[in-house]
Design a protein around this ligand. Structure first.
Ligand code: GLU
Length: 465
């Protein structure tokens, strides 16, 4: 059997971390068994689905590198097929038209609530013989007896009595099929073997299994993932970290770090914390999935991010670094003379995120026009300016432009003037970068290049004289 999984988001919002984890697990499970991963956009709720959300989901998936083998498919393009499947159920007597008015259903609900029963449809139209011209919904004739047994990948065996399930609406009065029905038809048509999704769908699953059986299909195996919780074990909210995947990108997180972080929210492989994608595919066989909710841990994400910042090949970091720079108005392609790989080498030890790295590297790409007033007040005085003037001449005359030779010039100047390194290095930093926070000064000077260093010193000395 070829394993086929799917990720089936409703495009009513961005791709958040819960969705991304579902997608990742579905992807890994398929890949582990040499199967296929399918992307299906469940866009039948036309009022709540938006093109922006579709674009955001596709963008998030692409950024995470979760490439689908088939799709994206759109449910709105399968409408004729759903109608056909509805007909099939009606003809086979597995579904029926229900003419019950809103008022009747409301009255029923009130009565049931008053007598402390679970509100459910009473089957009033289940065995109706004639049809009518009144508006109707289509309901599924759920079996009245017996039980649905499912062996969940996460929860183990789950048994639900059919007596607990009422006759589900599968098409509304306007003929639109409902969520539970479209999912079932697509899972069947797409030959999905494993459905991995959040446990907020657990209630739907026995109904979907019954529907699949009525259609003549073999139900897939299901795996219901526990909720992702905030740091205090509560439901995630926007404020407590239910951010979109792309917000993590904006924060300067690498996709490898986020994948690694997500995979551990509900799965483990011994004590291992760091996994390459290849390792994840090798290890993720559907076992060791946790039943209980996993809490987010932002510190761990930063730790992972720092790890991947250090360990990734420089070339692999450039696209994300360029993306961050673009948010600062810097187009990397327009700066071919700047040694970006070397800047990354220098900065990655000092930064936790790519955003921080881009912000701290801005001065390599754009001229400095403002100087931190506090730094100026502390470090810029007559003696410092005098040293900067001398250093400017020395650097202009330097024939071998290397960090070592630059360092030697600064040291020679300090020796000549009888002053400490900091007296020269900090004013130099301020003149070249606008503040005192650059990487080692010899490296900074070297990477800026001789011409830029001369221009910036000139400007600073002119402004400050
Ligand atoms: N479209 C559903 C959702 O976004 C998921 C359906 C499913 O995985 O079965 O919640």
């Amino acid at each position: 059997m070829t394993i086929r999984t799917r990720f089936a988001p409703s495009p009513t919002g961005y791709l958040h971390i819960g969705g991304a984890r579902t997608a990742l697990y579905s992807y890994l499970y398929a890949k582990h068994y040499g199967g296929q991963f399918i992307l299906r956009i469940e866009d039948t709720d036309r009022e709540r689905s938006t093109d922006e959300a579709i674009a955001a989901i596709l963008e998030g998936m692409a950024w995470l590198g979760l490439k689908e083998d088939e799709g994206p498919f759109y449910q709105t393009q399968h409408m004729a097929r759903y109608q056909q499947a509805l007909e099939q159920l009606l003809e086979a007597g597995h579904a029926y038209k229900c003419y019950c008015s809103k008022e009747r259903l409301e009255k029923l609900r009130q009565e049931q609530t008053a007598s402390k029963q679970k509100p459910r449809y009473d089957g009033h139209c289940r065995d109706l013989q004639q049809s009518s011209n009144e508006p109707y919904v289509i309901r599924f004739k759920n079996p009245k007896s017996g039980e649905v047994i499912m062996d969940d990948l996460v929860l183990g065996r789950v048994v639900i009595n059919n007596a607990e399930l009422d006759d589900l609406i599968i098409a509304r009065t306007d003929g639109m099929p409902t969520y539970n029905f479209t999912v079932v038809v697509d899972d069947w048509d797409m030959k999905i073997t494993h459905v991995i999704r959040g446990n907020d769908h657990l209630n739907n699953t026995p109904r979907q299994i019954n529907l699949l059986r009525a259609l003549g299909a073999t139900p897939p195996q299901y795996g219901h993932l526990p909720m992702i919780l905030d740091e205090h074990g509560k439901k995630l909210s926007k404020r407590t970290g239910a951010a979109s995947v792309m917000e993590y990108r904006e924060m300067g997180i690498l996709p490898q770090a986020l994948l690694n972080y997500l995979v551990r929210l509900g799965w483990s492989h011994g004590d291992q914390e760091l996994f390459s994608l290849d390792e994840l595919i090798r290890f993720f066989d559907g076992s060791a999935l946790n039943k209980s909710g996993a809490a987010i841990n932002p510190q761990k994400l930063l730790w992972l991010n720092q790890h991947y910042l250090q360990e990734s090949g420089i070339e692999d970091l450039i696209p994300e670094f360029a993306w961050q720079l673009s948010h600062l108005g810097i187009v990397l392609k327009e700066h071919p003379s700047v040694d970006t790989p070397q800047i990354i080498v220098l900065q990655r030890e000092r930064c936790k995120t790519l955003k921080e790295m881009a912000e701290k590297s801005r001065f390599f790409y754009v001229d400095v026009s403002e100087y931190d007033p506090k730094a100026v007040a502390t470090h810029i005085h007559a003696e410092a300016l005098h040293c900067l003037r001398l250093l400017k001449e020395k650097l202009a005359a330097l024939s071998v432009w290397q960090p070592e030779t630059i360092h030697a010039e600064i040291e020679a100047l300090c020796a000549q003037e009888g002053c400490k390194m900091g007296l020269v290095a900090q004013p130099l930093r301020i003149a070249l970068t606008g503040n005192t926070l650059s990487p080692p000064i010899d490296q900074t000077v070297y990477l800026l290049g001789k011409d830029t260093v001369q221009k910036r010193l000139q400007r600073f000395l002119e402004v400050d004289q």
